[in-house]
Design a protein around this ligand. Structure first.
Ligand code: GDD
Ligand code: MN
Length: 374
C-alpha cells in the first residue's frame, strides 16, 4: 500500500463532479453554487466551472468562491471558445466516479441531480439524460422558435444517427466517468451539442435513462446560441453521419467557399457596370472581394472557436492570401493537365477545384487558424 493511502483525507473525495460550462455568467455563479448546495445536501460533491476567459470576469468570481470552499473549482481556458470543448475539459479534470453537466444560468433543474445519481448508482443505466421531451418535461421557456429548432435538431439526430432518446441535444446529463473516459478521444470539441456526440460515438454501448425536467427561464445574462452555432451543429451532424470521414468544419468550409463564388460573380457584375472595358481589372477586384469575403466568413463561422482579432487578423489575412494563391495555382495546373489528357471539361474543372479546396482547408487549419497550445 502506498504511503499516501495511510494518510486520512482531510475532506471526503467527491462522489459527484458537477461540470458547469460558462461564458459571461458572472451574475449566475453564486446562485448556481447555492442551488447545488441545497440540491445535493448529504451527497459528497464538487463543482467545476469551465470558463472561456469571459470578459465579465466569471472565472475570477468562481475562483474567489473557490478560496472559501474547497468544493468549488474553476478551469480557466485561454484562446478557446466552445461549449462542447469546455464540457470535455471539465469532465476530464474530474476524478469522481460520477460526473454531471449542467448549464450555469439556472435553466436546468438541479433538484433532479440526486435522482439521476441514484439511477447511476443502482446500475440501472450508465448515462442519465435530463429531458424536456418526456413525461411532464417542458421546453416552453426556450421560446417558440428555439423550441422548434431544438425539436428539429432532435428529429435529425434520431433519424440519421439512430439515436433513440427523446432529447439528444440536452445540455443536462450525468454519467459514469469511466464511460466518458472511454469515448472522450472520439469526441469533437466543435459546437454546442456534446450529448449526441457521446451517444453516437459510443456506438450503442450505453444504457440510457431519461428523466423529465422543465427548462426554466433565464434570470441574468443572455443565451450564447446563434446562427453560427446552428451551422456548427449541421457540420457535426454530417461529420457523424459520414463516420468521421469528413471533419465537422469541412461542410461549413465548403458552404463558405460557395458563398465566395456568388460574391465573386456579384462583384464582377458591379465592377463591369462601372468599368465596362476593363475586364482584367474587374476580375482582379472581384477576386480580391471574394478572397476577403471568404476570409471574414471563415473567421466568423468555420473557425469561430479560434477567431482572430486585431493584428493577428491582419497577419492571418496575409497568410490566407498566400495559401489561397498557391491553392489556385495547383488547381489550375491539375485541371489543365487533366483536360489535356482528354478528360471531360467539367471533370477537369471539378478535380482542380476540389484539390484547391482541400489544400486550402488543410493549410488554413495548420497555419492561419492554428490552435494555440498552452
Ligand atoms: N465555456 C463555455 N464556452 N461555455 C459556454 C460557451 C462557450 O463558448 N457558450 C455557452 N456556454 C455556457 C453558458 O454560459 C451556459 O452556462 C451554458 O453554456 C448554456 O449556454 P446558453 O447560451 O445558456 O444556451 P441555451 O440556453 O441557449 O441552450 C440550451 O438549450 C440547448 C438545447 O436546445 C442549453 O441547455 C444547451 O446546453 C442545449 O444544448
Ligand atoms: Mn441557457
Amino acid at each position: 500500500m502506498s504511503r499516501h493511502a495511510t494518510v486520512a483525507p482531510p475532506v471526503p473525495a467527491p462522489v459527484l463532479s458537477v461540470v458547469i460550462p460558462t461564458f459571461n455568467e458572472a451574475a449566475n455563479v453564486e446562485p448556481m453554487v447555492d442551488a447545488l448546495a441545497r440540491a445535493l445536501e448529504g451527497i459528497s460533491w464538487e463543482v467545476i466551472f469551465v470558463d472561456d476567459d469571459s470578459p465579465d470576469m466569471t472565472a475570477s468570481i468562481a475562483k474567489a468562491l473557490g478560496r472559501l470552499d474547497v468544493r468549488i473549482r474553476c478551469v480557466h481556458r485561454l484562446f478557446r471558445r466552445g461549449l462542447a470543448g469546455a464540457c470535455i475539459e471539465g469532465i476530464l479534470s474530474s476524478s469522481a466516479p460520477y460526473v454531471a453537466v449542467i448549464d450555469g444560468d439556472g435553466q436546468h433543474d438541479e433538484s433532479k441531480l440526486p435522482a439521476m445519481l441514484q439511477i447511476l448508482q443502482s446500475c440501472d443505466a450508465n448515462l442519465v439524460i435530463g429531458s424536456r421531451y418526456v413525461g411532464n418535461g417542458s421546453a416552453e421557456s426556450l421560446g417558440g422558435f428555439r423550441e422548434y429548432v431544438s425539436r428539429t435538431a432532435n428529429a435529425l439526430i434520431q433519424r440519421f444517427l439512430r439515436v433513440q432518446v427523446s432529447d439528444p441535444v440536452s445540455g443536462f446529463f450525468m454519467l459514469r466517468r469511466e464511460v466518458f473516459d472511454a469515448v472522450a478521444p472520439r469526441l469533437s470539441t466543435v459546437g454546442f451539442k456534446i450529448l449526441f456526440d457521446i451517444i453516437a460515438s459510443s456506438r450503442g454501448s450505453l444504457t440510457i435513462s431519461e428523466i423529465p425536467y422543465r427548462f426554466r427561464a433565464r434570470e441574468y445574462g443572455a443565451s450564447k446560441f446563434n446562427t453560427a452555432i446552428g451551422l456548427e451543429f449541421l457540420g457535426l451532424l454530417l461529420s457523424k453521419i459520414s463516420g468521421n470521414v469528413v471533419g465537422p468544419r469541412f461542410p461549413i468550409f465548403v458552404l463558405v467557399g460557395s458563398i465566395g463564388l456568388v460574391v465573386h460573380l456579384v462583384a464582377l457584375r458591379l465592377f463591369l457596370n462601372v468599368f465596362p472595358d476593363q475586364f482584367p481589372w474587374c476580375q482582379t477586384l472581384a477576386t480580391f472581394a471574394a478572397v476577403a469575403g471568404n476570409f471574414v466568413l471563415n473567421n466568423m463561422l468555420t473557425y469561430r472557436d479560434r477567431r482572430l482579432r486585431g493584428a493577428a487578423m491582419l497577419r492571418g489575412f496575409g497568410k490566407f492570401c498566400l495559401i489561397a494563391g498557391t491553392g489556385a495555382v495547383s488547381n489550375v495546373g491539375v485541371a489543365s493537365w487533366l483536360y489535356y489528357q482528354h478528360s471531360t471539361w467539367w471533370i477537369s474543372g471539378v478535380a482542380g477545384a476540389l484539390l484547391g479546396a482541400l489544400w486550402n482547408y488543410v493549410m488554413f487549419s495548420e497555419f492561419v487558424w492554428r490552435t494555440r497550445c498552452i
